[in-house]
Design a protein around this ligand. Sequence first.
Ligand code: I3P
Length: 110
Amino acid sequence: APGAKAQKHEWEQGGRKAHSRSWQQVWTVLESGQLRFYKDERHSRERPQDTYRHEPALELEGASSAPAADYSKRPHVFRLKLGNGAEYLFQALRSGDAEMTDWVTRINAA
Ligand code: I3P
C-alpha cells in the first residue's frame, strides 16, 4: 500500500553529502521494484508521470532498508541504501512503527 511519508536525502551516490538535506513530506508508491514520490495521493493516481520535484524513481534492485536506530530526532524512521550508494531516511507518518516495519519488509523483498 502506498503511503504518506517524510523523506530526507542524506548521501549522494559516490559518498558526497546530499545537497538538499531537509525533510520533505511526500506520498510514496512502491511498485515494479521502484519507489516513486508524489506531492499527494491524487497526483499519484491522476498524474503518475508528475513525480515530486520531478525526481526520478529510485531503483530498489541492490537496495537495502532497516530501521534507523541511530537517528533519534524523529520517531518511526528507517534508512534506505541504494545499490549506487545513495542513502535516504524516511519517516512513517500514518501508523508508526508497524507501518515503518512494513515498508522495510516490502522494500527488502522488492
Ligand atoms: C537542513 C534541515 C534538516 C536537517 C539538516 C539541515 O537544513 O534543517 O532538518 O536535518 O541537517 O542541513 P536546510 O533546511 O537548510 O537544508 P535534521 O532534521 O536531521 O537535523 P544535516 O545537514 O545535519 O542533515
